[in-house]
Design a protein around this ligand. Structure first.
Ligand code: CP3
Length: 345
């Protein structure tokens, strides 16, 4: 069990702290030479995710390198569609590719029911990471939002505009909702198992929220996130676990997203026009430095970081993070510089 003096948990509990807790989305990954050394032993990325000891080593790499205030499970959001028989592969330079995507309404009805036992390798990784971490460092478990998982599963790959998916929604609205319901139930079962295995906090990644118009966002994404959070908040095992919601550039106002009842909103880097008074004392905030700033000089990093720290200075429950994940082209020295800088101010 995690010790309650973790500053990350305090911030999630909406406490004002002199120095914000720090962690980074995609903190374990290709930008780290330690990661690349392990990664090259595996051809397929998901095969690596299926090795709990390797996941443990990878999750700890950024903690050891930068002394961050939280670890995140090493895995991927696409484990669920893979477990539902959609056959996910990660191809060099192409990102995820589905061998068996959802192409028709019938595919939704025939999809293999999610069996949470089939992702035991993930829960084992959670248990290993939790045991290896110091007691005051929380472990974040995670899943993709039902909408984000549906978008990948229908498109069958990453895409700029997800045109096939958008047409699918227009033509097969009932089945789209059946699929989103199935994914919501799968996410709940999956997160509950991660929490039972030792996850202290949960983050939901709505990485494709930006594809939807304001109205569609409410119907296809927010509705299912709200259901998922409701399930977690009403289950004896999961109800006290703080939930962070990351939405990539959503077209709706923060107060609308807050109806999801998440404990913390993770702000995308372009969301800089927000009225903090609307959300203050109701929700913790995480983010929202543009990850590309880490490609700039230390002087620019310092200027931009000071702006963010100033913005959230007296905000009750602010967690320092980037506005999206660290990309492979970032120099780990910059991550070290940024982390030390925040703690020195
Ligand atoms: O520290 C960590 O955050 C590592 C754990 C983690 C990974 N993916 C490992 C990973 C987490 C939390 C994720 C989440 C994830 N996966 C998201 C949501 C976050 C976001 O960026 O919006 C999404 C959309 C995915 C899907 C995904 N996984 C894509 C599109 C890709 C390929 C492109 C890319 O960014 O690399 C992956 C592969 C992936 N997931 C890698 C890692 C370290 C790189 C794989 C490799 O080494 O070849």
């Amino acid at each position: 069990m995690i010790e309650r003096e973790s500053i990350f948990l305090k911030a999630l509990n909406k406490e004002t702290l002199p120095i914000p807790p720090i962690w980074y989305m995609r903190q374990a990954g290709r930008y780290m030479p330690e990661y690349r050394a392990v990664r090259k032993k595996f051809k397929n990325f998901l095969d690596m995710c299926k090795e709990p000891d390797v996941c443990c080593e990878l999750a700890l790499q950024p903690i050891n390198a930068f002394e961050l205030d939280s670890a995140i499970l090493f895995s991927d959001i696409l484990t669920i569609p893979d477990a539902m028989g959609l056959d996910v592969k990660f191809l060099e330079g192409e990102g995820p590719v589905f061998g068996n995507p959802i192409k028709t309404a019938k595919d939704v009805l025939n999809i293999k029911p999610f069996d949470s036992d089939s992702l035991s390798y993930v829960y084992k990784a959670v248990g290993n990471i939790r045991s290896a971490l110091p007691k005051h460092i929380p472990l974040i478990g995670f899943c993709g939002s039902p909408w984000t998982l549906a978008a990948y599963s229908i498109e069958g790959k990453s895409s700029k505009d997800f045109l096939f998916t958008r047409n699918f929604l227009k033509e097969n609205d009932d089945e789209a909702h059946i699929f989103l319901n199935k994914l919501t139930d799968a996410c709940f079962e999956y997160l509950k198992r991660q929490i039972e295995a030792g996850a202290d906090v949960i983050q939901i990644f709505d990485s494709w929220a930006n594809l939807l118009t304001e109205d569609d966002y409410k119907v296809y994404s927010l509705k299912y996130i709200t259901t998922l959070i409701g399930l977690l908040k009403n289950d004896a095992v999961t109800k006290n676990i703080p939930i962070i919601l990351f939405s990539r550039e959503p077209k709706v106002q923060l107060k609308t997203i807050m109806t999801s009842q998440s404990d913390c909103l993770s702000l995308y880097w372009s969301m800089n026009d927000i009225d903090l008074n609307e959300v203050k004392n109701k929700v913790a905030i995480q983010g929202n430095l543009n990850p590309e700033i880490l490609l700039e000089s230390n002087e620019v990093i310092k200027q931009e970081t000071l702006k963010i720290l100033q913005k959230f200075k007296n905000y009750p429950g602010y967690i320092f993070n980037l506005g999206h994940g660290i990309t492979p082209n970032i120099n780990p020295d910059k991550v070290k510089f940024l982390t030390d800088l925040i703690r020195s101010i």
